[in-house]
Design a protein. Structure first.
Length: 512
């Protein structure tokens, strides 16, 4: 049984998001969250029905219509119309895991007690999540300021029995979806529609899930580098800790330490200790510097995302102690847009240097004696010729994806919202770059495992040997040509799930 994620609005972690979105852990409100939410709701009720003051989103229109006053008897209708008007996203839907993560994050934001949504509305959102009712959310249409308005509107519509959702893979309208899992629609009250859609939860969902994948990718890059270093009979002197202590960047230090550990006990390395090769190519010798720089970028992105998971990103925000609803700009996605763009840059570089190592493995002019394209019967067989093409294609696509969406802005809402983050585009680019990079590293791992086996009976270091053994459970040695697409997918999935890293760590201990 997977432990339940208990939401307080203050202490949700990236790992918790992964457990709920990927592993199916349930989520619930804490008692402390309920207390905070009741207090915030009281402030909203007084603003909606106890005063004649204009309060944005409670008794006014939205965006450019902020000056339009809404009569008391229409404040609830205003919230429903808000969801309907904003649910105009287009394109293919977000992945299921991203939708689950966004549902969790929106509930956690409401649990913080700064939005003023009712407990029962938030509980319905969590009930949908726990019963595997997933709103169908088109992935295009958010500019990442005023939050992810269009996607979150699609996310919220099934709660009122509208929109579309999937249950057990079946697509149906919101009302039927709720009924199929034993739930009934909620009738929104003052401010609740705005509380459901004003925030950064889709960007943050991509960030949280993407960072788990990126961490594993960074460790897989060190494993791939070690295995390639063995196959290419490279030197481990460039990874000595004394070198990296002289440039004490954390990521560089950790990457080098990983490779040293993975090479421990290597008979291959010992066999050429006294060879006359002076130094290796940059893709080997400078791997800690490149991998490490990527790791440091991911650390920056992780700090930002970790804060965002528990941030109050609604507008207006409820300040309970001051009994105020205050307009603000916490919904603006610029911090996440920057973080997601740097995540893309980091994983793109991990893939870029990986492809260069794959080229060295397959190119007989660079491989130090390995058979051309890692096949013994070249001509009849093409070996690993085409996987390197695939890696080159993926790396080239990543270069386009790494152009930062966060530096763009197109004004919206009649110029009222005159600077936006485009963070949703950053998120979509990061998600694709992660997949491309996982495939690219998978190709290197398969090629390096094949290369090492040409050096038998000499054995690689313990960590590299563990990686090769694990890879052989997913992909037999390539003798005669066969389609490798499934093998590449299987290894990429093992990188993404953490299975590759876990298999290596079982032999050498925890990697940085």
């Amino acid at each position: 049984m997977i432990a339940t994620a208990t939401l307080t609005g203050d202490d949700l972690r990236i790992e918790d998001v992964w457990r709920v979105a990927m592993d199916g852990a349930p989520a619930e409100l804490s008692d402390a969250a309920r207390v905070k939410m009741r207090a915030a709701r009281s402030v909203v009720e007084r603003a909606a029905h106890g005063t004649s003051e204009h309060t944005y989103g409670v008794n006014t229109g939205f965006g450019r219509f902020v000056s339009k006053s809404i009569p008391d008897e229409l404040t609830n209708e205003l919230q429903l119309r808000l969801l309907r008007s904003h649910a105009c996203g287009v394109g293919e839907p977000y992945p299921d895991e991203v939708v689950r993560a966004a549902m969790l994050l929106r509930a956690n934001t409401l649990a913080k007690g700064c939005s003023g949504a009712r407990i029962e509305t938030t509980e319905l959102l969590l009930d949908c999540l726990n019963r595997q009712l997933l709103p169908r959310v088109p992935s295009r249409g958010s500019v990442g300021a005023s939050g992810d308005l269009a996607p979150l509107a699609h996310l919220a519509l099934p709660l009122v029995g509208e929109g579309e959702a999937h249950v057990d893979g079946k697509r149906m309208n919101g009302a039927d979806a709720l009924a199929s899992v034993g739930l009934v629609p909620v009738e929104l009250e003052a401010k609740e529609g705005l509380s459901l859609i004003n925030g950064t939860q889709f960007m943050a969902a991509f960030g949280a899930l993407g960072l788990v994948r990126a961490r594993r990718l960074a460790q897989a890059a060190d494993i791939a580098c070690a295995l390639s270093l063995e196959a290419l009979q490279g030197s481990r002197t460039s990874f000595m800790p004394q070198i990296h202590a002289l440039r004490p960047l954390p990521g560089q230090r950790d990457s080098a330490a990983n490779v040293v550990r993975l090479l421990e006990g290597s008979a291959i390395n010992e066999s050429h200790r006294w060879c006359d090769k002076v130094q290796d190519a940059y893709s080997l010798r400078c791997a800690p510097q490149v991998h490490g720089a990527a790791r440091d970028l991911l650390e920056y992105a992780e700090r930002t995302v970790a804060v965002e998971l528990n941030a109050a990103t609604d507008n207006p925000l409820v300040l309970v102690d001051e009994e105020l609803l205050v307009s603000n700009g916490n919904f603006h996605g610029q911090p996440l847009a920057f973080a997601l763009d740097t995540l893309t840059m980091a994983v793109a570089e991990l893939a870029s240097i990986s492809e260069r190592r794959t080229e060295r493995l397959v190119n007989p002019s660079l491989s130090g004696g390995l058979p051309a394209f890692l096949t013994e019967d070249g001509g009849l067989n093409s070996g690993f010729m085409l996987p390197q093409y695939v890696a080159a294609s993926l790396v080239s696509e990543n270069k386009v994806l790494a152009h930062p969406a966060s530096v763009d802005s197109i004004p919206t809402s009649g110029g009222h919202e005159d600077h936006v983050s485009m963070g949703n585009a950053s998120a979509l680019e990061a998600w694709q770059a992660l997949a491309n990079s996982e495939w690219t590293l998978a190709i290197e791992l398969l090629a390096a495992a094949q290369g090492v086996e040409f050096l038998a009976p000499l054995e690689p270091g313990r960590g590299a040997a563990a990686a090769r053994a694990f890879l052989r459970t997913l992909s037999p040695r390539l003798v005669d040509d066969r389609p490798l697409a499934g093998d590449i997918d299987a290894v990429a999935a093992a990188i993404r799930s953490g299975a590759l890293v876990a298999a290596v760590e079982a032999e050498v201990g925890e990697l940085a």
